[in-house]
Design a protein around this ligand. Structure first.
Ligand code: DGP
Ligand code: NA
Ligand code: NA
Length: 209
């Protein structure tokens, strides 16, 4: 067995986008697509509401508790940190991860509340860098029309408009912009090949950062 950075590994694939942009549906589709091709893959999501920190986040999102904006920001970040070592182990063992939301959600949602963007980025430094970020692009008005929001704290049109602006600010040319207004099948079609290319290049030993 070879050692060092050139080892085959899984890909860290992140899906970002506004609420109701379709990330969760597409995660499931990409999971079964890659599974069908025989690649080891898991679908993850942040916040992970099953941990102790995640339960605090969930209670905040459902308006069962109130927290200072900075405090909840750090909890969201802590929720990613508590999964970091498992994430690294999975990737190193060859399992790819399709992750529904990551640090970009952390920064975009908290900045949209008015917190300083650099302050928001700081606790994310040191988390694993994604190999691929796919942004499910949809106008906030269209997302809001999709059967209405579920009633959680951030699911309000004006707020989502602000989140969209921060996502735009955070995005860089490496992001793959996906037209999320199309039917599910067409959105999946846009993503499949991009995801497969990424998984293959990581298998060939692209270094993990
Ligand atoms: P979801 O389970 O993907 O619907 O996410 C729940 C809500 O929390 C959604 O409105 C997006 C928001 N959110 C996700 N991650 C973060 C984060 O790290 N920080 C903040 N402030 N909000 C987040
Ligand atoms: Na949501
Ligand atoms: Na989601």
């Amino acid at each position: 067995e070879s050692t060092g950075q050139s080892d085959a590994r899984g890909a860290l694939i992140v899906l970002e986008g506004l609420d109701r942009s379709g990330k969760t549906s597409q995660s499931a589709r990409l999971l079964s697509h890659l599974n069908g091709l025989g690649y080891p893959v898991e679908s993850w999501r942040f916040p992970d509401r099953d941990t102790a920190v995640g339960k605090m986040i969930s209670s905040y999102l459902t308006n069962q508790s109130q927290l200072d904006d900075h405090t909840i920001h750090l909890l969201f970040s802590a929720n990613r940190w508590e999964k970091r070592s498992l994430m690294e182990a999975k990737l190193k063992s060859g399992t790819s991860l399709i992750v529904d939301r990551y640090s970009y959600s952390g920064v975009a949602f908290s900045s949209a509340k008015g917190l300083d963007i650099e302050w928001c980025k700081a606790p994310e430094v040191g988390l694993l860098a994604p190999d691929l970020v796919m942004y499910l692009n949809i106008p906030p008005e269209k997302a809001a029309e999709r059967g209405g929001y579920g009633g959680e704290r951030y699911e309000q049109l004006e707020f989502q408009k602000s989140v969209a602006k921060y996502y735009e600010m955070l995005s860089d040319p490496s992001w793959k912009m996906i037209d999320a207004c199309l039917p599910l099948e067409d959105v999946e079609e846009q993503m499949k090949e991009i995801v497969l290319d990424c998984v293959v290049s990581c298998q060939k030993g692209k270094p993990l950062t």
